[in-house]
Each structure stands twice: as C-alpha cells, then as structure tokens.
Design a protein around this ligand. Structure first.
Ligand SMILES: C[S@@+](CC[C@H](N)C(=O)[O-])C[C@H]1O[C@@H](n2cnc3c(N)ncnc32)[C@H](O)[C@@H]1O
Length: 649
C-alpha cells in the first residue's frame, strides 16, 4: 500500500469534528522532532516473518505479558473478551489510552465494565468533559509532548506513516519541480521536431501541465470575475472553456463534468475532481458481535498492520495505513472480527440507529455491510429482513452474515418495490439505494464516462419508487421507531434532494428529522432553479474532498401517521393546483420534474402502498425524455430508441 493521500486522516475536518464532538481539547500538534523520535523508535522495532514484534511496553503491567498466540485468535476468543485479567495483559503492548474509546455503545456490558476499570472512567469519549481522561483517551494527530509519551506502538506507527507521507509529498513536489524545469527546457529547446503544420510536436506531459495551469487560472478568474475577467468575455464562456479542459484533464464525459461541476463553486469543484483521482483510505469496521476494536487493533498490529481509529465519530472503524498481510485473508477476517467497509458506509446505519428487539428492513442489502452493522448495533436481537433483488449479490450477503456471526437476519430476494406487500409494519427501514456512484469515482473511474442522461432519469425514478415503498413499509405507531433512512453513494441532486422532495410531496405523513450524524454538509434547499423544503437542510452530504470519505447522501425521515389513502390523488387534484397557484401550500417547494410528475398522476392510489405500475412509470420516463430532447433541440417525435441513443451521446 503506498503512501500519499490515502494516508490522510479520514473523517471530518478539525473544526467540525472538534467543536461537535469534544468540548474541551487543548492539546497541541506534535512537533516534528517528536514525530522523528517516534519514527526512530519504530525503525528499531524488528519485524520477522511478516509479523511485527511487540514494542517494549513503557509501563510495567500488573500481570506478565503473555506471548502473542501463534494464530492470533485465542486472545480474541469470547473467553478473553469476558475475562478482564486476560484482556488487561493483552493491553500491555497497546496502551489503554488509545483504544478504549473503541467500544462503548456497541459492546456488551461486561466489556464496558472492563473498559471503565481500565480507564478509571465510564464516560464516553464523545461526551467527556474530563480533561484528564481526554488526554489519556485521545488518539489523534495533535497531541502535546506529554501525551506523546503515552502513545502506543500503533500510534507511533500511525504518526510515522504521516512522516512518510510528508516525505513522499516533498519528493513528489521535488519531482514536480524537476518536471517543470524539464518542461521549460523542452519548450525552449530548438530541436523539438515540428509536425506537418510547422507546429512544435505536442508532448503529453507539457500538455497536461499547461492544461492544469490553465484550469487553475480559469478557476481563479471565475472566483474573482469582476476583477480578473478579460473585457467582453462572459462567465459562460470561461465556464465552457473550463469544462472542456476538465474533461480532457480528468477524463469525464462533458455531460457528467457539467453535472458535477454545477454542484460547487469553481474552486471547490476542482478540489472534488482532484479528490476523485486518489483512493480513499482503507477502513475496516470492527464486528462488535465477535470482538472489541482494541482487541482487533492489537491482533492486527501484531500481524504488521499499521492502523488508527477512523475518527472520534466512530467507535468501530479502524483506518489502515499499511499492512504486511492481505486484510481480506487474515485469521481475524476469516473469523468475522471485521469487515472491509468504506467509512461513509457507516453513516446511514448510524443515522438509522436501530434499537435492540426491533423489526428492521434493509431493502437493498447486498453485500451486507450495512445489514451486519445493523445486527451488531442490535446485538443480534430483534429481526432484520435483509433484502436484495439480485440473487447473485444476495449470496455474498449470506456469506457475510455467516462470517460475521449474525443470527437475527432473514435474507430475502424481492424487488424492494414489492414491499410492503411482502411484509410491512417495520420499526425502521434502511434504503441504501442503487445509484449512479458519482460519490465513488475514485473507486470506479468508469463512472466518468458511462453515465448518461438516461441514467439520471431511470435511477431517480427507481429511487423515488423505492423510497415510497420504504415509507409505506414502516409502522408509524412503532413505540421505539417509525424511522426511514435513505442513502446513496452519489452526489447528484437528482438522486438525492429531488428524490426526498418527491417523497415529501407524495407522503404528507413523513417529515425529515436530524440524522444525528456529527459531521456532513447540509443538503441543498436551493439548487439552480429548484427550491426544496427548508427541512432539506436536515439531510447530509459527504464529499471526498471535504472529509476524505466516499461521496454520500443521508436523509432520515420520521413517519408521523398512516399514508392517507387519497394522498397521491390529492396531489394531482384541481384543488391542490389551486393551492399551489395561491402559494398556500407547503408543497410549493417543488422542482420542475416533481411538478410534472404530480400533474401526470390522475389515478388514485387506493391503498397505503403506492400501487406503482409499469405503464405509469413508462409515461414518466417518456415525458422526461421528451423534455430533455426538446432542450437539446432534437425532435421529440423521433423514435424512443433514437431518442435514448441521442441522449446517451
Ligand atoms: C448500494 S447497493 C447496496 C449496498 C448494501 N446496502 C451494503 O451496505 O452492502 C444497492 C443494492 O440495491 C440492489 N437493488 C437494485 N434494485 C433493487 C430493487 N428493486 N430491490 C431491491 N434491491 C435492489 C442491488 O442489487 C444492490 O445490491
């Protein structure tokens, strides 16, 4: 695993993170000298057979430190977890300060007691006001020198990775400078062969370099347009030129480049495109049904893995900096002690916050990252219906459920559109919807070119229907729940705010509520000509450039009553149109597409479930296609096949 951006600390930027999570925090950043000292210590640490030897403990432990087990599993067994003595011994090589924020809510009570015994405090790191405890418990990159003394082998390794990262960055910069020099030399050189037109033959590196310079310069002009624009040149002209350069430089289709660019101010858009060029940090989620985060960290450190807690916002995530072993094949992995899972995938589950003994539906669940997290939060109680329409993917879901020791889950294989006809009355429903993947371009670069306008009609349409089904599957009278979480790994407005707005319009019996997540940007209340309900600010957006996590969207709804049988009918009725015209209805927060669709709905939905039918769906798709074609100046009377083809170009 290389160094670089991947090594960056993941999660919320300091301002958000610190102010929201910690009330008292005065520790300063470590000095370079301190980091160097730690680095030296790590270099001295011998590593044999791919297995790092334990660093010598700084403190003498109460009990003699046991030799690490050969298979690294016995110290993670249920007995070890429940036996404070054994666990205390284990912690000699990994100081309690670092990992005892790991468990809290997600582990069993015995383990909580044990954690408390170790730290001398039963408080949660997140809410602690106790400065002393805070010093001990923090595991971050801005400790003071006192706290450094207490850093563990893991922490030292983590920090030394950062030093490596710094060095790599310096090396990259030096290389960049060399290239610059070379470029200048090349440009000035008289012996570059001319092409047929007598122009200097273009060289790939100089072109990209120049392109990058031009992009940066155009962004600068757009940012201070009045002061920097050439007279007579419009903002639109600059933007078009910039988009052309972005497509060439980063390899996006013009359609997607424009769609993504329009989400941000120009400077931020550039940061977003840049962030999509580097992978996010590798993260694993501790399976608290099988182990505790600190025990897992201990076991992996002993196998030569360098890691750190993912951030104070998660009690189960570990960010992997470097590994001597394949993380998908360690004994701990095979024993189900963790799952490889992107950090942002934790968020929808945290937002849904399932309670023990509830009935929960995961509508689109494969391969099961979120289902298994739900099960862990519910401590294997209650019942999860874990559904996916794709049978092959559902096999992976079953595999993960078995590996991670999930016992409260029933796997089903329906189109989620069939809920609640299959079953309803759930306390909570998670809809992690199929989406375009514009939040995970760093993982799948094909998204840059393979998504067309047709996808951004088809997917939102499916997402809207699925979300209506999710709402209708929840028991509004649930004593503990009545919540729905909608998430996507996409950043487009069509797949997020527009879907949420559509459902708010169609189902007056739900409202948006805070997600409870401690970081993330507010959803759009306004986007281009579209206006959304003010409560849309309760939804959360996540961007790779802002938090070093995959792009994600999370919305949480509370169902307040049964769906009125005439809900949909009312929305298309003459009375409602009159209300819209008078601006007397909350549903004036309607975007064009929603208005079209609402107008198109004349048939009543007789039952709580929306009663979708393919014919009706087709009508919406065709209507939207026609609109798009008209916008493009294409004859909408062209055959549908031709129309889709031209839109796909
Ligand atoms: C984003 S992935 C879900 C990831 C999953 N929640 C996890 O955390 O591992 C979306 C899933 O939706 C499924 N899907 C697509 N259309 C569906 C439908 N109509 N009903 C149910 N599942 C569907 C896909 O097969 C895919 O597995």
């Amino acid at each position: 695993m290389g160094v670089g951006r991947r090594m960056q600390k993941q999660g919320p930027p300091p301002a958000l993170d610190e102010s929201l999570v910690t009330r008292k925090r005065k520790l300063a950043a470590p000095t370079n000298g301190a980091i160097k000292k730690q680095k030296t210590a790590e270099i001295k640490k011998p590593i044999a057979n791919g297995k790092a030897k334990k660093a010598a403990p700084k403190k003498v432990s109460k009990a003699p430190e046991p030799e690490p087990e050969d298979d690294g599993l016995s110290d993670l067994s249920g007995d070890a977890i429940d036996d404070p003595d054994i666990m205390e011994d284990e912690l000699d090589g990994i100081e309690e300060a670092d990992l005892d924020d790991a468990d809290d809510d997600e582990i069993d009570d015995d383990a909580d007691d044990f954690a408390n015994a170790l730290s001398g405090s039963d408080e949660d790191v997140v809410d602690s006001d106790d400065e002393g405890v805070r010093h001990k418990r923090m595991w971050s990159d801005d400790e003071d020198s006192d706290a450094e003394e207490k850093l563990t082998a893991a922490n030292i390794a983590g920090l030394s990775r950062k030093l490596d990262q710094q060095r790599a960055q310096e090396a990259a910069e030096a290389e960049e400078e060399l290239k610059d020099d070379a470029l200048q030399t090349n440009i000035a050189a008289a012996d570059i062969p001319d092409d047929e037109d007598g122009q200097k033959a273009s060289l790939l590196a100089p072109d990209l370099q120049l392109l990058r310079t031009r992009i940066t310069e155009t962004v600068r002009v757009l940012t201070s347009f009045k002061d920097l624009a050439e007279p007579g040149k419009s903002r639109a002209e600059y933007t078009q030129a910039l988009l052309r350069d972005i497509c060439t430089y980063y390899g996006y289709s013009p359609f997607l480049a424009e769609k993504l660019f329009s989400l941000f101010p120009p400077q931020e858009a550039l940061a977003f495109f840049d962030a999509n060029e580097t992978p996010r940090p590798m993260v694993i989620r501790t399976n608290t049904l099988r182990t505790h985060r600190r025990d897992l960290a201990h076991a992996l450190i002993n196998r030569g893995v360098t890691l750190e807690p993912v951030g104070k916002w998660s009690k189960v995530g570990l960010q992997i900096f470097e590994s001597q072993v394949p993380l998908g094949a360690t004994p701990e992995y095979l024993a189900g002690h963790y799952i490889l899972q992107a950090a942002s995938s934790f968020l929808p589950v945290m937002a849904l916050a399932p309670q023990e003994h509830e009935r929960v539906l995961d509508m689109a669940a494969a391969p099961g990252g979120k289902t298994t997290h739900l099960a862990a939060l519910m401590r294997n109680t209650g019942c999860i219906f874990s559904n996916d329409s794709n049978k092959d993917r559902a096999k992976g879901l079953i595999g993960n459920i078995h590996r991670l020791g999930v016992k409260n889950t029933i796997v089903c294989n329906y189109s989620a559109l069939e809920f609640p006809r299959v079953m309803g009355g759930f306390d909570r429903v998670l809809l992690d919807a199929p989406c375009s993947g514009t939040g995970v371009i760093a993982k799948d670069a094909s998204v840059k070119t393979n998504k067309t306008e047709a996808d951004f009609l088809r997917l939102p349409h499916l997402q809207k229907q699925l979300l209506l089904a999710a709402v209708d599957s929840v028991d509004h009278a649930s004593k503990t729940g009545g919540y729905i979480v909608y998430s996507t790994c996409s950043v487009t407005v069509e797949e997020n705010e527009q879907v949420v707005q559509y459902v708010l319009n169609k189902r007056p019996n739900v409202k948006l509520v805070p997600t409870g997540l401690v970081f993330g940007k507010e959803g759009f209340v306004k986007y281009q000509a579209k206006r959304f309900h003010p409560s849309m600010k309760e939804t959360r957006r996540y961007y790779p450039h802002a938090y070093n996590v995959d792009g994600f969207f999370v919305a949480k709804f509370k169902k307040t009553g049964p769906t009125p049988p005439n809900a949909v009918k009312a929305q298309g009725s003459a009375e409602e149109k009159k209300q819209h015209a008078n601006g007397t209805k909350e549903e004036q927060y309607v975007d064009d597409d929603v208005a079209d669709e609402v107008d198109a709905v004349d048939g009543a939905e007789e039952e709580e479930f929306g009663g979708f039918d393919e014919e009706e769906d087709q009508k919406y798709i065709e209507r939207s296609l026609k609109k798009q074609l008209k916008k493009k100046g294409i004859d909408p009377k062209a055959t549908k096949a031709k129309a889709v083809k031209s839109l796909s170009k």
